[in-house]
Design a protein around this ligand. Structure first.
Ligand SMILES: Cc1cc2nc3c(=O)[nH]c(=O)nc-3n(C[C@H](O)[C@H](O)[C@H](O)COP(=O)(O)O)c2cc1C
Length: 188
């Protein structure tokens, strides 16, 4: 089982990273291989909104500007059995870097037969300031999954005063996913 964590976190420590680390621990405990991709390191350009709204993303399911790193990212994502989307909550949304990445990825991977379709997704969002904006952030992540055919396994939100027990949930969720549990399975 290969788990890819696509993280929009610019920081290497703190609240969001502690949830990412918990996911990694749970997946590794279940003997999965884990790859953490930090989108901030990729320096992707934003979607150029080609022609009258669509470009090669529609006709060829690839971005005509994909040599900036998006093509490589798509190849790496193709190897994932489970995709974890993790982000701090900024302005009640996912981080700008993750949004920039998912905007282009969605165009190239949309539909029931796209690159990500049918895989399990775990969503992690951490509002670290007021604690507000978690739901609207999840709504964005949820929409990305619906458009790309990802099967949402769970939504894990954590803030400053709940992270201790949500870290345990993150670890358990990743463990369950890495052991092959799927959206729709029934547990006792
Ligand atoms: C530009 C920006 C906007 C933010 N907006 C919110 C917000 O809407 N709600 C919230 O609870 N926290 C907000 N925060 C705080 C982050 O959610 C917080 O830094 C992060 O989720 C968790 O802490 P970490 O940075 O230690 O991972 C914002 C932070 C930044 C930098």
């Amino acid at each position: 089982m290969h788990v890819i964590i696509l993280s929009g976190n610019p920081k290497k420590d703190g609240l969001c990273q502690s949830m990412v680390d918990a996911v990694r621990e749970g997946a590794e405990e279940a003997a999965a291989t884990v790859e953490e991709i930090r989108v901030n390191d990729l320096k992707l350009i934003r979607c150029q909104v080609c022609q009258d709204g669509w470009g090669t993303c529609l006709t060829e399911k690839r971005c005509q500007y994909g040599d900036d790193g998006l093509d490589d990212l798509m190849k790496r994502l193709a190897s994932a059995d489970v995709l974890v989307l993790a982000t701090p909550v900024y302005w009640g949304e996912m981080s700008e870097s993750l949004k920039c990445c998912l905007d282009r990825l969605r165009r190239c991977a949309h539909g029931a037969h796209g690159l990500l379709a049918g895989r399990q997704a775990l969503l992690v969002a951490t509002p670290g300031g007021s604690g507000n904006g978690q739901l609207t952030c999840f709504e964005q992540l949820d929409r990305f999954c619906r458009h790309t055919g990802l099967a949402i396994f769970d939504y894990l939100g954590a803030n400053r005063w709940t992270v201790d027990y949500h870290r345990r949930a993150a670890r358990s969720a990743a463990f369950a996913l890495a052991r092959g549990r799927k959206n729709g399975d029934t547990v006792d």
